[in-house]
Design a protein around this ligand. Sequence first.
Ligand SMILES: C[S@@+](CC[C@H](N)C(=O)[O-])C[C@H]1O[C@@H](n2cnc3c(N)ncnc32)[C@H](O)[C@@H]1O
Length: 165
Amino acid sequence: MIEAANVPHARRVLELGPGTGAITEVIHDCLPSSAQFLGLDLNEVFVRQLQRRFPNHEFVCSAAQSFDFDSWLNHGEGFDAIVSGLPWTAFPHALQIDILQHVLPRLAPGGCFVTFAYWGLHLLPGGRHFRELLQRQHGTTLRTTSIVWRNTPPAFVYVVQRSRN
Ligand SMILES: C[S@@+](CC[C@H](N)C(=O)[O-])C[C@H]1O[C@@H](n2cnc3c(N)ncnc32)[C@H](O)[C@@H]1O
């Protein structure tokens, strides 16, 4: 996820659903000290714990689909990397659409949105709908990584990259 989103070279990173911080920790370890990080999670307890654990990063208790990005980004700025740990396959179709419509326009030119899918579950209706949405995003390209068989269960990563112009 982190390599695919080129986090070590990012200036601004958004993490959706950091939860207990497993992915946050990897981001933290490779993020340049000058970079800005924002994590959005619905769970207040997780947000408080993450803020204590990573005091140099910012965590907000908010739904990804309703956060006011204009309050955080300066005019014309976007995220170089958006890393998602959200359970997309379990979401209703309308919520998948709402979150992607709200978040993907905040990608900087050339920036990447990454999220993982468990192999097999991506063929369920929710997984297929999500993939179709990713394929349909205007001004972006979609690729998938190879399957990581060592993961339990095996998983792969969707990488949506916004065009540079
Ligand atoms: C699968 S867990 C996160 C996994 C994470 N990588 C970890 O290490 O715990 C998904 C997280 O997304 C959060 N979440 C679910 N729906 C959300 C939404 N609409 N906006 C923001 N966070 C959400 C949940 O509160 C939960 O913490």
